[in-house]
Structures are given as C-alpha cells and as structure tokens.
Design a binder for this molecule. Structure first.
Ligand code: URA
Length: 200
C-alpha cells in the first residue's frame, strides 16, 4: 500500500492520476480486466458519484456505469437536473472504488480496496467536488469504514471533510424496485443541499 500511496500522492492532476493507475502493478485485478475504468462525466462537477467496481459493460467500454445500473443511475440524477455531459453546475463526475472489474463481478476483497484506497482519496482531492454520493454498501465500507446501507442511506456523512450521502446502488434498485421510494427521497436531499435549502 505504501507504493500505492506514493504513486497517488505524486499525481498532480486527474490525467496524471489516471496514468499512474495505468502503470500501477500492485493490484491483481488489473491482470484479469480488459480496461482501466477511471472516471466519466465532468471533472469540475459539484457532485462526485462513487460506485463499487466496473462490471462487464464497463470493462468492455472503459467507462463507469454504462450498463443497466448505469442507465438507471443516469435517469435518477436526470430527475434532479444532473447529468454526466452537463457543465459543472449541473454535472456529474463518476468513478468507482475499484478501477478494474473483479472476476465474475464478485465482491471487492478487503485487500483490493485497501490497496486502491490511496488512489481514490487522491481522486477525490483532485476532483474537489462539493458533495459526494456513496453508491451502495462497498462504497460506504471503503470510504466511511462502515457498512449497512439500509441504515446509512439518507443520512449525511463526511468523507475527506466533504458532505457525503450514502444511497442505494442502482443495481440494488433494479432488484428491489420498492426501494426506489427511498432513493427518490435521497435524491431530493441531495438537490436541497445543492440548492442551499436550509431544510435539508
Ligand atoms: N456498478 C458499479 O458500482 N460501478 C459501475 O461502474 C457499474 C456498475
């Protein structure tokens, strides 16, 4: 992990961080993956979304959240006026805890998360969003050190000094459509925070 920390710290821009990841040999997932999935959207966006890891579609296309879960993610944020191809004010910047697809989409292993965490922290620092959305349990585990998305969601937490909102992962919502009610409430909380509403 010391090597990961040194490589991440040395990167002074998002481009340099992406290059450092491409050159990093300390995580076995890289060898089984087709693509490095770094990020998508508007780097200057106010909102940074952090998912779990690339799946099959993401591994093929080299971009985060481009499969079925990604389509739902885009719809969810579009409902509050945010999108990955929009200017900073209404933009989204999207990445994952892990930049390589785990084999057969298995859960991230604790050693993999620990190894890649320095890169993720640097990624947050360089993107410098106003607000972070933690998509799902693994994102919460990695950045809050706590899991239990059912309890965590809808409550503002803090990551690197920034407000962070845990939400249900869209892949979970595809399997549990009834939970979309809570997801909608959380999106409205995010919208209120971005508007500076006192009631959020
Ligand atoms: N699920 C994630 O957590 N991230 C992706 O990029 C795709 C699916």
């Amino acid at each position: 992990v010391a090597g990961a920390r040194a490589a991440a710290t040395a990167a002074g821009t998002l481009e340099a961080l992406c290059t450092a990841l491409a050159a990093f040999e300390g995580c076995d997932l890289k060898r089984g993956a087709r693509s490095l999935v770094f990020a998508d959207g508007t780097p200057a966006a106010r909102v940074m979304v952090i998912g779990e890891a690339p799946g099959r579609d993401e591994d093929i296309r080299g971009k985060p959240f481009v499969g079925r879960a990604g389509q739902l993610l885009d719809k969810m944020f579009a409902a509050i006026g945010l999108g990955r191809d929009r200017a900073a004010e209404h933009g989204l910047y999207i990445t994952n805890v892990l930049p390589w697809r785990p084999p057969q989409n298995r859960d991230p292993q604790p050693e993999e998360v620990a190894m890649m965490l320095p890169f993720l922290h640097r990624h947050i620092e360089l993107a410098a969003p106003e607000v972070i959305v933690l998509m799902g349990n693994h994102s919460c585990g990695a950045l809050l050190g706590r899991k239990g998305i059912t309890r965590l969601r809808g409550n503002w937490a803090e990551v690197a000094g920034l407000p962070a909102l845990p939400m249900f992962h869209p892949a979970f919502l595809l399997r549990n459509p009834a939970a979309k009610r809570e997801a909608w409430r959380d999106l409205l909380m995010l919208q209120a925070r971005l508007r500076g509403d006192p009631a959020d």
